[in-house]
Design a protein around this ligand. Sequence first.
Ligand code: ASP
Length: 581
Amino acid sequence: MLRTHTCGELNISHLGQTVTLCGWVQKSRDLGGTTFIDVRDRYGLTQLIFNTDTDATLREKSRELGREFVIKVTGNVIERASKNTKIPTGEIEIVVTDIEVLNAAKLPPFLIEDETDGGEELRAKYRYLDLRRNPIRNNLVLRHKMAQEVRKYLDKLDFIEVETPVLIKSTPEGARDFVVPSRMNAGEFYALPQSPQTFKQLLMVSGFDRYFQIVKCFRDEDLRADRQPEFTQIDCELSFVSQEDILNIFEGLTRHLFKTVKGIDLGEVPRMLYSDAMRLYGSDKPDVRFGMEFVELNDIVKGKGFSIFDNAELVVGINAKGCASYTRKQVDELTEWLKRPQIGVTGMIYCRYNEDGTLKSSVDKFYNEDELTNWAAVFSAEKGDLMLILAGGADKVRKQLNELRLEMGSRLGLRDKNTFAPLWVVDFPLLEWDEESGRYHAMHHPFTSPKPEDINLLDTEPGAVRANAYDLVINGTEIGGGSIRIHDRGLQSLMFKHLGFSPEEAQKQFGFLMDAFEYGAPPHGGIAFGFDRLASIFAGLDSIRDVIAFPKNNSGRDVMIDSPSTIAEAQMTELKIKTTV
Ligand code: ASP
């Protein structure tokens, strides 16, 4: 090794020792007689001191060291005159006897410090420098720890880690595929896996019994804070299990991670029916760090001459506790926020429960004090509360009220990053109507098993068929999802039929899986956790970007390596890709 110790290691117990450290120059302070230089590596920071006793050429050399120079220094550990209690090495410093510049460095384009002056674009372009900063590196260390604990937990439970291929054919998870042209098979393409779904099911047919993989998946979707075109899943599949077994094992994994990585006892993970999640929160991934459940008002508000309520399929609201003091301006601003096209509300009704006990609504013309008192009772509102009400088509208005609820939760400080509220959402519908294509789509994916007791509804009421499918949600983020699978060729064909596949199409695309089902497929099921999302929740971040070493920006670009990029004409020809000029 070039060094005897790391830059985070030395303390009072090393006094008098001669040591050699390697690292980057964090900063230097020339105080005339004395020069201090902080040298940094992954492990920490150590102070070097050059003073009047230091050899003159060495002192000269120390003055030439710029920020981020890579150096090797040898010296003696002494006790510091003024100690820094904030860092582990703060009681000592090194009197330098030799110094070697291993590599000079250009002045970095932004400060390599916890608080940097670099904007997002610039830091993305020089990601390797951004990764030198403690907050970013710490996220990756945290991610590493999580990955190790995942492996430990699953290994103990006899899961086998198997790598599945990356050049495959489409696995439908509801997104667009990234495709790769095949040089050897002109005009044909591989798809990158949206998930290893079909392979893990085939591993069950092969008798692997318990599989896992921490695996890259690829989905060509529009990007958001919690989406990247390539992301990582903790992907698992098990044979001879019920939904209950899977929930228990992966609740165990979640608890294990919280305990070992964050020292938090997560406790029981509650369960909620999908139908209740939609009714009470308007979302299949409710943030249950706070209550503010939906209150349905159809029974008490209709028939009083207020046409907006009378004509609405659903009148539903939330109780914003302690918000009666909101001024007219604040309420208007909230309404404007709701009217943005992303949410698309046409108007919001409100009712204040004033501190003096009076009730004042924006629809006083139609509802008298007695009726408003009744509203307050239904909302369990107290003096000082503000009832916020939306009306419209049931599905749409629930979605809108979900946005309002989350916004109010944020405004009221109810969404603390250090509080963790997990839950399982269970009994998802098997199918979901898609307006655009005018047909049903699989809500999870086409391999998900309907609940046996609902199979008879497939022909008559497809939308009412429930699936053995479940999601793990933490703080309003979908962390994982899975299902019990179909393992019978007949049922799988029926499912494809309901999804609008002709038998030929189904055979062409998924014949290999259905064929496999005819060779002794065990009952099986599984789940996949979004590893980046889980890591970002552990790190207290809003975006998954900073738990990924080299993420892409919002346009799916890596601005550091400048990708995607065009390829040479010759390469196009070789791949038999036609260009349109
Ligand atoms: N393949 C599924 C997904 O990526 C997870 C699963 O069903 O196990 O969402």
